[in-house]
Design a protein around this ligand. Sequence first.
Ligand SMILES: [Mn+2]
Length: 286
Amino acid sequence: MNAATIVRDDQRSGTDFVGDLRIEWTAACNVGRVRETNEDAALALPGVYLLADGMGGHDSGELASEAALLTLAQAQAVDGLAGTQSALNALLVQAQQRIGAIETESDRRAGTTATGVVLVTEDGQPHWLVLNIGDSRTYRYQNGTLNQLTTDHSQVQEFIEAGFLTPEQARTDPRRNVITRALGAGMVDPVADFRATPAYAGDVLLICSDGLTGELPDEEIADILAEAESSEQAAQRLVDAALALGAHDNVTVIVLTAHESTETLPIPAVADTAGDVEASADGSDV
Ligand SMILES: [Mn+2]
């Protein structure tokens, strides 16, 4: 664990070799044009790519997002999805305790979202184990289509599911900042969603805070990903597009692309999403 791996007010890129995959990633975290502090943070370690969007006012949101990521940075991609998921759940409990200990100057408790992926081998096949708590998002861009792999834990998401709002209405609804799950923020136990999907060379993942999706509809995000020639260019252009639209919140993106690391181990370029596994927080389905 290394505090230098936290990305805030910065843009960093790297290449990780994990199993048979070469992962090219860029994490960009920008304060935006309105907020005085940057409560977002990103983390990239080989096979672990996560971000957190903190809340709580003064510096407590910054401390909360950093505490969450430094705790989750201890995640080891142990063999198997179920073992990794239970290790992550234990780390989420630790993170919740650390965040609960952050002093705040108001009655708003420190808290944070967390989302992203851990690359895990299951039955010899690499999988993205997707984690989410709150309203930050993880997407996969594949064959020209942007698919949100996570479901927001927010009041407007509940209105969408009830048929009261369209996703586009929700994006600008005044209630869009009300989240229903978080790490800390006075919530009782951290309840994350997990989902596993096979990882293939050619995969493009986008992990982002609501400072991106609050400014840009999915179609515009997909267009930027389609035209970018690298993870670095995609991340830069996504942040630039949010800034051009006013960047009313902190904006953080992690773009990662998976490539074959060797020529002797061909991996199908098109994912078979029928192999997806969805699981609840208790891990019973993994
Ligand atoms: Mn935010």
